[in-house]
Design a protein around this ligand. Structure first.
Ligand code: ADE
Length: 233
């Protein structure tokens, strides 16, 4: 899969995009991830990408032209463009079904905003999807882009080993994870539950299911239909 990220802080992504899962996926050729500096498409001596808001108000607004020019240079005509995700707190919440959907695309273009906001014409005419990573406000879309790219990449065929991919399966069932333990059996007076050490696979499986359900009910009742308006994964 190819993913293009457009940002005014390309350096932000050194690290997140170079190590661990994303680094491996890139090096193995499963992910073609390209980060572009929006200022490349800025004009004028100072290469500014923002301007004062029409109608007044605090802060600056990111101008439409650099985003439109970047998109055209990277992908040409509208028909040739990939799904274009604009990260914004007013977007659709990022949940696993949307991640799964995005992971089936041949490519993605990810646009990161900063300042007070982005000119509405970018939302209307460039973005195919507006996505939020949570109900809080970040200073820009870069951290959100890291979340999106990592969540999508781990679903690409060949990126995860079989053992790891089980984790995705467990979330598909709208349950939070059961508790995990490793050695030692007793650590600082805290013992691993007897059932987990019993070697009885059926009992272990039943215990894990029960714990996962109890934890989900307690922490995320919306995932098990326990709260009106709650969205089940
Ligand atoms: N930009 C600022 N806050 C954001 C959020 N919560 N999700 C996505 N993009 C953002």
């Amino acid at each position: 899969m190819r993913i293009d990220v457009v940002t005014i802080f390309p350096d932000y992504f050194h690290g997140p995009f170079d190590v661990s899962l994303l680094g491996r996926a890139r090096r193995s050729g499963l992910l073609d991830l390209r980060v572009h500096d929006l200022r490349r498409w800025a004009t004028g001596r100072h290469r500014t990408v923002d301007d004062t808001p029409y109608g007044g108000g605090p802060g600056m607004v990111m101008a439409p032209a650099p985003f439109f020019d970047a998109t055209e240079e990277l992908y040409g005509a509208v028909a040739d463009r990939p799904r274009t995700v604009l990260l914004t707190p007013r977007g659709r919440p990022l949940r696993q079904p949307l991640v799964r959907e995005l992971a089936t695309e041949p490519g993605l273009l990810v646009l990161c905003g900063r300042y007070e906001g982005i000119d509405e014409r970018v939302h209307e005419a460039l973005a195919t999807d507006e996505v939020s990573v949570g109900d809080y406000v970040l200073s820009g879309g870069e951290a959100a882009a890291c979340v999106l790219v990592e969540a999508v990449t781990r679903l690409l065929p060949g990126v995860l080993g079989n053992a790891e991919s089980v984790v995705e399966e467990s979330f598909s069932g709208s349950r939070l994870e059961y508790p995990h333990y490793t050695r030692p059996a007793v650590y600082r007076g805290m013992a691993v539950p007897e059932v987990v050490r019993s070697g009885d696979h059926a009992r272990v499986a039943a215990w894990r299911r029960a714990r996962a359900l109890a934890i989900t009910r307690e922490r995320r009742p919306d995932l098990v239909g326990g709260e009106p308006g709650g969205e089940v994964d």
